[in-house]
Design a protein around this ligand. Structure first.
Ligand SMILES: Cc1ncc(COP(=O)(O)O)c(C=O)c1O
Length: 402
């Protein structure tokens, strides 16, 4: 009886929604200082690769504790650059997690290499080093762990595995700018670390990305790759003729503009405050859901400071009378803009068609996918927004509790 009465109150069944207007799952914050920084560039000599690119690269490298940073036009372009610099080519394999955005695996395909997946750990939903070890073959050249939701992957184990087999580690830290792993900062740990500055990330340039590394040879490859494969050294050697340049590899136009870098610099100044706000929101959610049977909050390992790009709860389906689809729709009806991260990459039609995946290959990731719901998480959320999310989740979960 109680359950039925509560269900009638749900917005999906005609009840009053928790909010009048939709709260998105993510939204960028742009202030007057950001706008002024962009306007200043628009009034300057440079729109594309000018002084702001180098300034932004230096600032990001300093922030993450890396020696070098190379800016790219998107996180995807940064991953493609890293796949190139890691030497991926046809016939090679690289290992990544199924629980990521398709771009992490697609960058391997761009280089003609084969993406190979390894299942995730049950607690963090990050790449499992033991499962990764099982996938290594003589063709494996690189491992691409992803810092899912902003929680760093098990980098020590993955780096040890890579060292044993002579592999390159490219960490996709699109979710993890500002995260720390023990005393170390994400961006300074793997051979290369990639970031995304897409609008919904902790730092937004609209579209944008970066690779950080301590290896100057990788920097040279990355810089060349983002600029048509043009060899800067050859250019510098030919001081006698400014027109002279040589294209020495097949590259792309993956340059980030001065406009985007000015915005990035201005946003970087606020990163710490924004991360602190995200941590406070995550702490409120975790407190609220700890005692909410049916909801499993994301888990954080000791010694890790995640940065909460996402806040993905898992549904404890054994306690609930409906599946994720119904609960998702019920939350949307309450005007809470929930989302799902991610459909496991190998289950997308392209991967099924080209590689023959049928489902069932990576049971932990696939089981998690059936349960995951990303709650709204962005630093511009007000306390009222956070309260609305908590109320809506409690209301919906109570209605569907067994
Ligand atoms: C894990 C992950 N990798 C790569 C990307 C691609 O980044 P971008 O959208 O900047 O190309 C994203 C974007 O959301 C992502 O979440």
């Amino acid at each position: 009886m109680t359950t039925l009465a509560t269900r009638a109150e749900l917005a999906i069944h005609g009840g009053k929604p928790v909010r009048e207007t939709l709260l998105p799952y993510a939204r960028q914050s742009v202030d007057e200082a950001d706008i002024q920084a962009v306007v200043d560039v628009l009034r300057s000599e440079w729109l594309t690769t000018g002084p702001k690119v180098g300034e932004f690269e230096e600032a990001v490298a300093a922030r993450v504790g890396a020696k070098y940073a190379v800016a790219f036009s998107s996180g995807t372009a940064a991953l493609h650059g890293a796949a190139f610099a890691a030497g991926l080519q046809p016939g090679d394999e690289a290992i990544t997690t199924p629980l990521t955005f398709a771009a992490t695996a697609n960058c391997m395909l761009y280089q003609g290499a084969r993406p190979v997946f390894a299942d995730v750990c049950t607690d963090t939903l990050n790449l499992d080093p033991e499962k990764t070890a099982e996938q290594i073959t003589p063709r494996t050249r690189a491992i691409f762990p992803v810092d899912y939701a902003g929680h760093p992957a098990d980098l020590d184990s993955i780096l040890a595995l890579a060292a044993k087999h002579g592999l390159t580690v490219v960490e996709d830290a699109s979710h993890a700018l500002g995260a720390t792993f023990g005393e170390r900062r994400v961006g300074s740990i793997a051979h290369m670390t990639t970031f995304s500055f897409h609008a919904v990330k902790h730092l937004a340039t609209g579209e944008g990305g970066m690779v950080t590394t301590d290896d100057p040879r990788l920097v040279e490859a990355l810089q060349r790759f983002r600029n048509h494969g043009i060899d800067r050294d050859a250019h510098q050697r030919q001081a006698s003729g400014e027109w002279f340049y040589e294209m020495v590899a097949l590259g792309y136009n993956y340059r980030l503009t001065d406009i985007a870098c000015a915005l990035g610099l201005s946003q970087l100044a606020k990163l710490d405050a924004n991360l602190a706000r995200r941590r406070a929101i995550a702490a409120c959610y975790t407190d609220a859901f700890r005692e909410c049977p049916g909801v499993i909050p994301p888990m954080v390992r000791g010694d890790i400071h995640p940065v909460w790009h996402l806040y993905p709860i898992r549904l404890d389906l054994e306690h609930l009378s409906s599946g994720r689809a119904e609960i998702f729709r019920a939350l949307r009806a309450e005007n809470i803009g929930v989302n799902v991260h991610y459909i496991p990459v190998q289950l997308h039609p392209y991967y099924r068609d080209h590689f023959g995946y049928r489902g069932g290959e990576y049971p932990i990731a696939e089981d998690a996918y059936q349960r995951l719901i990303s709650l709204p998480m962005f630093h511009g959320m007000t306390d009222q927004d956070v309260e609305d999310v908590v109320r809506a989740v409690r209301k919906v979960i109570a209605a569907y509790s067994r």
